[in-house]
Write a protein that binds this ligand. Structure first.
Ligand code: MYR
Length: 131
C-alpha cells in the first residue's frame, strides 16, 4: 500500500532529468533540496495526495484511470492519469506546452517508495522513506 507519509531521501539523475525538462539551473539547485513530502491516502480507486516542499504545498485528488491536470513546481502544466499495474502505480502525463509525454511509476521496494520518471529517453528516480 502507498498510504502514508513519504519524505524524499535521495534522488538519482534528477538534476539531468530536470535539465532535460527545461528547468533552469537556479531552480534545479533549489529542487535538489526541496524536502519533498508526499502524503498519500488511497480509498479504492480514489487518491488524495498532499504534496509539500520548499516550493509549495498542494492537494491533488484523482481517480485511477481518470485524467486530471497537474502543474509542476516550475509552472509546467501536465494532463494525464495514474493506473495500477500489479502493485505499481503507473502515471502517464503529457505536457500541455509541447505535447511530450512524461511517464512516472511508484513502487514500494524494501519499505521505500521509489518513484521513477521518464521523459524523452531520460530517466530519474526519487526514493522516499516512510515517516
Ligand atoms: C501525484 O500523484 O503526486 C500527483 C500527480 C503527479 C503527476 C506527475 C508527477 C511528475 C513529476 C515530475 C517532476 C519533474 C520535475 C522537472
Amino acid at each position: 500500500t502507498f498510504n502514508g507519509t513519504w519524505k524524499v531521501d535521495r534522488s538519482d539523475n534528477y538534476d539531468k532529468f530536470m535539465e532535460h525538462m527545461g528547468v533552469n539551473v537556479v531552480k534545479r539547485k533549489l529542487a535538489a533540496h526541496d524536502s519533498l513530502k508526499i502524503i498519500i491516502q488511497q480509498d479504492g480507486n480514489k487518491f488524495v495526495v498532499k504534496e509539500s516542499s520548499t516550493f509549495r504545498t498542494k492537494d491533488i485528488e484523482f481517480t485511477l484511470g481518470v485524467a486530471f491536470d497537474y502543474s509542476l513546481a516550475d509552472g509546467t502544466e501536465l494532463n494525464g492519469s495514474w493506473e495500477t499495474d500489479g502493485d505499481k502505480l503507473v502515471g502517464k502525463f503529457s505536457r500541455k506546452d509541447n505535447g511530450k509525454v512524461l511517464t512516472t511509476v511508484r513502487d514500494i521496494v524494501g519499505g521505500e517508495m521509489v518513484q521513477s520518471y521518464s521523459y524523452e529517453g531520460v530517466d530519474a528516480k526519487r526514493i522516499f522513506k516512510k515517516e
